[in-house]
Design a protein around this ligand. Structure first.
Ligand code: 8OZ
Length: 366
């Protein structure tokens, strides 16, 4: 089982059809810098190319459809222009010897009518607003809109949106896709009893709440091959008003079902996203024991934590978020124990127009 092997950060890893140069991954990071039409722009090509020395880049959360959008200037992969924009990114990363997946998402209730086609209500398992905000141009940070509950018959259409988006991602040159099953977005909201009060085949029991995510994973793995599909989950993260009364049995069921579909990796946000890792009790080792593939660890890992986790066989890959924003050459810095850049205090993580805080973090001199 790949899953119990031990390694160090700089050992290569075979991930499905591709070979990763090391065990370090750039986590998917929303930067709100897409151009007109939610197309990745020229600076985005440079941003990812600068980071190609990491074993795997997971490009930021990307809409599977127009309805999937919940934030300003996030990219999509559902129009020809978006696919062409991403092609420039994947070519640039591959030219530098890197590997790149893209995270596919539907924001669900984490959206606002301002982003929805025809200014309709966003869609969700149930008509319950998330206590959360999104940024509306000209207005500022605003409460997410009260969503409408999806009709049972609409769900197959969204499953198909994920399938088509995965096909588009391959057409755009990505090495694979990561399904966003985390952070309170549509698929995660269906999983959780705080957001899902449905009485049809997609609500109630754990099996029913997991049905949508399993259908998406089944469609996407059929479409492009399970060896090019990963998934991200965040079992106990409270981010985006996520609530679940029984996360341990819920996610054990999810991982058992995933193991049947054989996705190439499972990417786990441990604890509260970008916050405390011990906010709630959870047995991650138990979860990992239910899955035969590659386990990817995330959330606040330092080099030392990552090395210990790999040496103890608690995972095979470790993803880094903020450290990858401020250190385009993070693998080299770790290897040489070189000082790390801090995030610029005067540049926003989300949004921004020029290069500052996006493509001007310095690499070590050659
Ligand atoms: C920060 C801001 C907006 C979206 C996630 C895609 O949490 C996100 C995201 C993060 O997964």
């Amino acid at each position: 089982m790949a899953n119990t092997e031990t390694a160090n950060l700089f050992q290569p890893l075979k991930l499905g059809r591709i070979e990763l140069a090391n065990r370090m991954v750039m986590a998917p990071l929303t930067r709100n810098r897409a151009s007109e039409g939610n197309v990745p722009g020229e600076m985005t090509v440079e941003y990812y190319a600068q980071r190609a020395s990491v074993g795997l880049i997971i490009a930021e959360a990307t809409q599977v459809s127009a309805q999937a959008q919940g934030y300003i200037a996030t990219p999509g992969v559902h129009t020809p222009e978006q696919i062409a924009g991403w092609r420039k990114v994947t070519d640039a990363v591959h030219q530098r010897g890197g590997r790149i997946f893209v995270q596919l998402w539907h924001t669900g209730r984490m959206s606002h009518t301002a982003f929805q086609p025809g200014e309709q209500a966003p869609v969700a398992p149930s008509a319950i607003a998330a206590k959360a905000k999104t940024y509306i141009p000209g207005v500022g940070y605003t409460d997410t809109s009260t969503p409408r509950a999806l009709e049972t018959a609409e769900i197959a259409g969204i499953v198909n949106d994920f399938r088509v988006a995965a096909r588009n991602a391959i057409e755009a040159g990505f090495d694979g896709v990561e399904i966003h099953g985390a952070h309170g977005y549509l698929l995660d909201a269906f999983l959780r009893d705080g957001a899902n009060k449905r009485t049809d085949a997609y609500g109630g029991s754990i099996e029913n709440r997991a049905r949508f995510l399993v259908e998406v994973m089944s469609a996407v793995t059929q479409e492009i091959g399970a060896d090019r599909v990963g998934i991200r989950i965040s079992p106990v993260s409270p981010v985006n008003d996520s609530n679940e009364s029984q996360p341990q049995p819920l996610f054990e069921h999810v991982v058992r079902e995933l193991n049947k579909l054989k996705p190439v990796y499972i990417h786990v946000v441990e604890g509260a996203t970008g916050g405390p890792r011990d906010n709630a009790p959870f047995d991650y080792d138990k979860l990992r024991s239910l899955y035969d593939g590659v386990w990817m660890l995330n959330n606040g890992y330092t080099q030392e934590m990552a090395e210990t986790a790999l040496a103890e066989g608690r995972g095979q890959l470790v993803s880094f978020g903020r450290l990858m924003i401020s250190n385009p050459d993070l693998p080299r810095r770790f290897k040489e124990k070189a000082p790390l850049n801090e995030l610029f205090a005067d540049a926003p993580l989300y949004g921004g127009v020029g290069p500052h805080g996006y493509i001007d973090y310095p690499a070590l001199p050659v």
